[in-house]
Unconditional design. Structure first.
Length: 332
């Protein structure tokens, strides 16, 4: 288990760090949060900006992390996001830095984030219809998201990616319109299968729109051919649209799992390392950090946590149990 990288017992090496900066959100997507929100972490439980930068620094300097993605909850709710990004951009070697956001408020901060060193953004958008947006997210904010997307592109945070979750009977008819919209605007669209990570534990396999179905819906309007080349540890299978060069991605986390090639490690907003979205154990780096642990000790805790990474999510197994933390508190 010793050595420099985040190796697990199945031989995978994690180089891609997902950092959830906050569990709170300004939307209430039905598949992610109940209308009333969740029991948010209290402020003292959240890592400070300086604590995040220290832990990410250890991941980069001692553990071989090359890619850092900020997520949440809604990461733009952290006012100190530009300072955190700048702190991470100052690390050597400098990791690639990306952000996953619902896009609300992005129009205001896109330039500042680009100046701080952010490289790319993914914006989540499940529908182009304002009424439907309000129904899915329980907030009437579609124009803010569209403005955020445009601002990200203008700020050079590209290629701007759009993440969409299709829900049966709600927005599956928008597979092709979403792709048309993204192609016209120059965004890269990726569809994500809905996973059992909702706090309500209401996920129902039969309600999930599968990768196969998504491809079928798209093929009614577009010609799709597999993009040549290796998928590597990237979760999205990419398809050339009408011969290319434009592409569309489909992330079949449930029906086409990529666990065997997973290169991810996760840090929650309260300083817990998780080896997998679906892990049932966490390693408390915050207590060690606040207790005065040195970098080497924190790195060793992180290595141990990753060594125990499970082989796969096991959603198809009869004994599968959803983790206690929902997606919004792990960092999607
Ligand atoms: N609030 C930000 C956003 O929406 O982009 C970042 C956090 S959100 C949890 C990250 C991504 O996870 C979003 O694209 C969202 O659609 C997706 N997501 C949330 N719950 C999901 C679920 N149960 N299955 C699949 N994707 C989910
Ligand atoms: Fe918020 Fe993102 Fe969850 Fe929607 S998917 S409720 S935007 S955290």
């Amino acid at each position: 288990m010793t050595g420099l990288g985040l190796l697990d017992s199945f031989g995978r090496v994690a180089t891609d760090l997902r950092v959830s900066l906050i569990d709170k959100c300004n939307l209430r997507c039905t598949y992610c949060m109940p209308a009333e929100g969740l029991d948010w972490l209290a402020k003292p439980e959240l890592l400070t900006g300086a604590e995040f930068v220290r832990l990410i620094g250890i991941a980069v300097h001692e553990l071989g992390v090359t890619d850092v993605r900020f997520t949440g909850g809604e990461p733009l709710l952290r006012r100190d996001l530009p300072e955190i990004v700048a702190g991470v951009a100052a690390l050597t070697p400098r990791p690639r830095i990306a952000l996953t956001t619902n896009g609300i408020g992005l129009a205001k901060v896109a330039d500042a984030l680009a100046a701080a060193g952010l490289d790319r953004v993914n914006v989540s958008l499940d529908t182009l219809r304002a009424e439907r947006f309000a129904r899915i997210t329980r907030r009437d904010r579609l124009p803010d998201v569209l403005a955020g997307l445009r601002a990200a592109q203008q700020a050079g945070l590209g290629p701007v990616k759009v993440n969409s979750v299709l829900l049966r009977g709600i927005n599956e008819d928008e597979a092709a319109p979403l792709l048309r919209f993204c192609l016209a605007a120059g965004y890269q669209l990726r569809f994500i299968e809905q996973m059992p990570l909702d706090p309500q534990h209401g996920w129902d396999r039969s309600a999930m729109v599968t990768a196969e179905e998504i491809l079928g819906l798209l093929r009614q309007d577009f010609e799709l051919t597999p993009e040549p080349g290796e998928r590597g540890s990237a979760p999205a299978e990419r398809w050339l649209v009408n011969g290319g060069p434009d592409t569309v991605g489909v992330i079949g986390s449930v029906t086409r799992p990529f666990c065997a090639d997973c290169a991810r490690t996760r840090l929650t907003a309260d300083g817990q390392v998780r080896s997998c979205l679906f892990a049932h154990t966490e390693t408390d780096l915050r207590a060690a950090l606040r207790g005065g642990a040195g970098d080497a000790e924190l790195a060793e805790l992180w290595r141990k946590a990753m060594w125990a990474k499970p082989a796969g999510h096991g959603i198809d197994r009869p004994e599968f149990a959803q983790p206690d933390r929902p997606m919004s508190a792990i960092g999607g």
